[in-house]
Design a protein around this ligand. Structure first.
Ligand code: KG4
Ligand code: ZN
Length: 342
């Protein structure tokens, strides 16, 4: 079964063709990073205007790369939230028009469930077994779920303020590094002393699965104010590595803690920040020590992409859920869950 996925929830315009929910035959991602870079963050109005401009060529390119025509598709899937409303509307309206024109069934899916379900597309690896613990960690979200099945996600803990990716991006901007900062912090931190600056680990002593990252940002600001001069490249790299270590400590402790307390075996990490090399390394060690299996989503499927949306859409359209009553997912508007064609 060939499903075309469409993703436009933030600043990536993406379309992908996935076969039987696992085999990615094309995954075109048009990133707007250059558009938003001068502003240090995503400007919603610019994001929706750029989606409008690129959605047609991006979908076209995904179909061409897969060597198929719209009439060959068995299903369509589109992200319906959470995300920027103007950006989401572009993808949803495009998908609805395509469904109406071709008579192909269309399903609306949740972006966060999409991120986590990319763990079903890891080459040569057995997919996670339900229930699993999933950390969805990106520029807009940092949440830990107990995933009991498709569309059945129980929120165990989340950030009470900034998302981890947002913390990375803001820290990078304070350090004079380019946007999006998470990638740069990851790169310059490699091989550096992670204890050069003693950043706090907010809330870690509290018996909750929630997290907080905004205090870390304040601690960085204060640290920079105490320095006699603007840090040079070496000092910047050490500060970045120490900051990253604090974020990673919080994410690892909470995620593995959630797996241990719920007694589940499989741990999934997904979303843009799951591309972080130190997080992957530390999470792997912690999962091994706790006798859990880590499924880290491949780098190409960590940041926003439509392959994860197509894979998830397949499950709703043709997988085990097909004849079952569709359960309600997270943050899901039930009216929008299934958008019928025509
Ligand atoms: O999932 P994503 O593409 O978009 C959202 O749904 O937010 O995530 C983007 C976020 C940005 O904050 C970016 O700085 C962060 O993911 N990110 C990273 C890395 N790659 C992307 N953060 C840390 N290390 C990375 N290697
Ligand atoms: Zn995302």
């Amino acid at each position: 079964m060939k499903v075309l996925g469409i993703e436009s929830s933030c600043d990536e315009t993406s379309a992908a063709v996935v076969i039987d929910g696992r085999q990615v035959v094309s995954n075109v991602v048009w990133s707007q990073i250059k558009v938003h870079e001068p502003f240090g963050g995503v400007v919603p109005e610019l994001a929706s205007r750029n989606h409008l401009r690129y959605i047609t060529p991006v979908v076209d390119s995904a179909l061409r790369k897969a060597g198929i025509a719209p009439s060959d598709l068995d299903g369509l899937a589109v992200t319906i939230g959470p995300g920027l409303m103007g950006s989401l509307l572009v993808g949803v309206q495009f998908a609805k028009a395509m469904a109406a024109a071709t008579g192909t069934p269309l399903v609306g899916v949740n972006h966060l469930e999409g991120h986590l379900s990319a763990s079903f597309m890891i080459d040569g690896i057995e997919p996670p077994e339900f229930p699993y613990v999933g950390l969805a960690v990106s520029g807009g979200h940092t949440s830990i779920y107990l995933v009991e099945g498709w569309g059945r996600l129980k929120l165990l803990g989340r950030t009470l303020d900034d998302a981890a990716g947002e913390a990375f991006d803001k820290a990078a901007s304070m350090l004079g590094l380019s946007y999006p900062g998470g990638v740069v912090i990851d790169r310059i931190s490699r091989g550096r002393n992670v204890a050069a600056v003693g950043f706090p680990r907010p809330m870690l002593r509290e018996s909750t699965m929630n997290m907080s990252f905004s205090g870390l940002k304040t601690a960085l600001k204060r640290h920079l104010e105490t320095l006699p001069a603007t840090p040079d490249a070496d000092q910047t790299a050490e500060i970045a590595a120490s900051f990253q270590e604090a974020v990673v400590d919080i994410l690892v402790a909470r995620t593995v803690g959630a797996a241990v307390s719920t007694g589940v075996r499989d741990v999934v990490i997904a979303g843009g920040v799951a591309a972080n090399s130190r997080l992957r390394e530390r999470m792997d060690l912690a999962c091994r020590a706790a006798d859990r299996r880590l499924l880290a989503v491949p780098l190409s499927l960590c940041t926003d992409n439509a392959a994860m949306i197509a894979g998830l859409g397949y499950q709703y359209l043709f997988g085990v859920l097909r004849d079952a009553e569709c359960p309600r997912g997270i943050d899901m508007d039930p009216f929008m869950r299934h958008v019928s064609a025509g």
